[in-house]
Design a protein around this ligand. Structure first.
Ligand code: SF4
Ligand code: SF4
Length: 97
């Protein structure tokens, strides 16, 4: 997928479960997140008039910039500590370069 990040500190990006989720009930379709993310993680669903996550693995690991810009708190992320545990568990297979 274009723009997809290949790895995070030597770990394949697709193994790291860090990306936003949009709560459709809360989203009012303002598009702020779509414009805010330079990695094009979001797209806009014209029919539903909502943002959606189109390219989850293009998201920078541990970035939360879009979440802070959504005034309706429609964007959420997994818990950082849980994702850090996943990364720790992958270190044996993917040692630091
Ligand atoms: S910033 Fe929030 S309310 Fe606006 S489109 Fe994105 S998720 Fe929806
Ligand atoms: S957290 Fe950062 S990289 Fe990920 S979708 Fe939001 S703005 Fe884009």
């Amino acid at each position: 997928m274009e723009g997809e990040l290949k790895d995070y500190l030597g770990i394949p990006r697709r193994l790291i479960p860090w990306f936003p989720s949009v709560d459709e009930e809360k989203c009012n379709g303002c598009s702020i997140c779509v414009k805010a993310c330079k990695h094009e993680v979001y797209s806009f669903d014209i029919a539903k008039k909502k943002a959606f996550v189109a390219n989850p693995y293009s998201c920078e690991v541990f970035c939360q910039s879009c979440q802070f810009q959504c005034s309706l708190e429609a964007i959420s992320f997994p818990h950082k500590t849980e994702v850090k545990e996943v990364i720790k568990g992958l270190r044996d297979r993917y040692p630091p370069k």
